[in-house]
Ligand binder design. Structure first.
Ligand code: HEM
Length: 197
C-alpha cells in the first residue's frame, strides 16, 4: 500500500505540480509534450488503479463492505485499467528505447487490459474464485509501476546509463510479478479446499 502511495505521489508531483516530462529523459519529455493528453490520461488513470487496488484484496472489503468493493472495483476497471491501459497502449508505440521497450510496454498494456476483462467476465458469471484469480494477475501487473521505479532507482544507484538499461525494464518490471502471481495462485490452489475462496 505504501509503495503504491509512493508511486502515485510521484505521479502527482511529476504531472500535476510540474509540466509533463520534467522528471524524465529529454527524448521522453518531447514525446510527453507532443502527446500530453495521452500521458495525462495514462498517469492519472493508472494512478486510480494503483491507489484502489490494494484495498480491493482486503477481506473486510470483500465481506463487510461489499458495496464499496463493487463501486471501487468499477472505478479500478474503468478509470484505472481502462483509461490508463488504453493510453499506456498508445504511449507504448512511442516508448523510449526502441523495439524492446515498445514491445515490452505494449505486451504489458494488452495483458493488463486482458486480465481486467477476464476478471469482469468471471464476476458477471458469478464465478468469484476465477474473478479473484484474474484480479490477482491484474494487480501483479499494476504493481509493475512500483517495480519499475525500484529497478530504475537500483540501476541509477549502480551507476548504469539510462539508455542502456531502460528498454529492458519494460520487461523486467512486470514479468517477474506475473510469474510470482502465477506461482502464488498455484500454491494457494493446492492448499485451499475445493469450493472455498
Ligand atoms: C500496467 C500497465 C502500464 C503500462 C502498459 C504502462 C505504460 C507506460 C508507457 C508506455 C509509458 C511511456 C514510457 C516511455 O515513453 O518510455 C509510461 C509512462 C509512465 N507511466 Fe505507465 N504504464 C502502466 C502502468 C502505470 C501505473 C499503474 C502507473 C501509476 C501511476 C504509471 C505511471 C506512469 C508514469 C508516471 C509515467 C511517465 C514516466 C515517468 O515519469 O516515470 N504507469 N507508462
Amino acid at each position: 500500500m505504501l509503495s503504491c502511495l509512493g508511486v502515485a505521489g510521484y505521479g502527482v508531483f511529476g504531472y500535476a505540480l510540474a509540466a509533463p516530462g520534467t522528471t524524465v529523459h529529454p527524448e521522453m519529455r518531447a514525446v510527453f509534450e507532443r502527446y500530453s493528453a495521452a500521458i495525462y490520461a495514462h498517469v492519472f488513470g493508472s494512478m486510480v488503479a494503483l491507489l484502489i487496488g490494494p484495498f480491493q484484496f482486503l477481506r473486510s472489503m470483500q465481506q463487510r463492505h461489499l458495496n464499496w468493493h463493487k463501486k471501487l472495483g468499477w472505478a479500478y476497471l474503468v478509470f484505472g485499467v481502462g483509461v490508463g491501459g488504453f493510453a499506456g497502449l498508445f504511449l507504448a508505440q512511442h516508448a523510449f528505447g526502441g523495439r524492446v521497450s515498445q514491445l515490452g510496454f505494449g505486451a504489458l498494456a494488452l495483458l493488463w487490459l486482458g486480465t481486467a476483462a477476464m476478471g469482469l467476465r468471471a464476476v458477471k458469471k458469478r464465478d468469484i474464485q476465477a474473478h479473484r484469480r484474474w484480479m490477482v494477475r491484474n494487480f501483479a501487473l499494476t504493481f509493475g509501476a512500483v517495480t519499475l521505479r525500484i529497478q530504475l532507482g537500483s540501476c541509477f544507484g549502480a551507476g548504469l546509463a539510462f539508455e542502456s538499461f531502460y528498454p529492458w525494464l519494460a520487461w523486467t518490471s512486470w514479468v517477474p510479478n506475473a510469474v510470482a502471481a502465477e506461482l502464488w495462485l498455484r500454491r494457494r490452489r493446492g492448499s485451499t479446499p475445493a469450493g472455498s475462496n
